[in-house]
Write a protein that binds this ligand. Structure first.
Ligand code: AMP
Length: 218
């Protein structure tokens, strides 16, 4: 049975958090293009060097680069039983490339989960978001009684603020989302692939709602 999921929505909507939880539960890979790029930046690979300044400014890494990365991930045997794709596609060009790739892989029964929250909530969440520099766990200083520099509750890492979670960069990322990424909802709606999910509320509540929607679909 295929479990091919595309998590869609603005930055800070909780896609990454929910993708980690669901991929673990369903034992399918979590393919996060943002995480892959951050890894490349910290390892100072060729890709990382190209992506770093773009990411710090809140812009988008070129489509050909992103499509190449995702193609490689989806072609691996680990993804043959399903996947949660998180942060891709972000442009129409990426979406059409993904459609060809899915057709090539014989995957027709995929689902796009469209997470919704409003912009003010995004700014609030991202400016208080904390990320472990070692295992990538995500926390929030408004909820978790943790701050920049705290020890990660799950490992020995330290909590940091992502460079692109500063308020002015968040505003730029939101602008890019509205102008370039959000129109893809229409692209997938026409294909009848979209399920809408309210991303506001405690993590466990959103998770329950997501399971209700998606597990039923799967
Ligand atoms: P994310 O963690 O998904 O918010 O991604 C962080 C940053 O990585 C984005 O603001 C972009 O600069 C870059 N990025 C991630 N995924 C993509 C993508 N599909 N296309 C272009 N840039 C991306």
């Amino acid at each position: 049975m295929m479990k091919s999921l595309i998590f869609f929505g603005p930055p800070g909507v909780g896609k990454g958090t929910q993708a980690k939880l669901l991929s673990k539960e369903l034992a399918i890979p979590h393919i996060s293009t943002g995480d892959m790029l951050r890894k490349a930046v910290s390892r100072k690979t060729e890709l990382g060097r190209r992506a770093q300044a773009i990411m710090e400014s809140g812009g988008l890494v070129p489509d050909d680069v992103m499509v190449g990365i995702v193609r490689e991930e989806l072609m691996t045997p680990g993804a043959s039983g399903g996947f949660v794709l998180d942060g891709f596609p972000r442009t129409l060009e990426q979406a059409t490339a993904l459609s060809s790739l899915l057709a090539e892989l014989g995957i027709d029964d995929y689902t796009v989960v469209n997470f919704a929250v409003d912009d003010d909530e995004v700014v609030k969440r991202l400016s208080s978001r904390l990320v472990c520099d070692t295992d990538g766990s995500i926390y929030n200083s408004l909820i978790d009684d943790l701050s920049v520099g705290s020890k990660c509750p799950r490992c020995t890492g330290r909590l940091i603020q992502r460079d692109d979670d500063r308020e002015e960069t968040v505003r730029k990322r939101l602008k890019v989302y509205h102008s370039t990424t959000k129109p893809l909802v229409e692209y997938y709606s026409k294909k009848g692939k979209v399920l809408n999910l309210n991303g506001v509320g405690p993590i466990a509540e959103v998770q329950r709602e997501l399971r209700r929607l998606v597990v039923k679909e799967i």
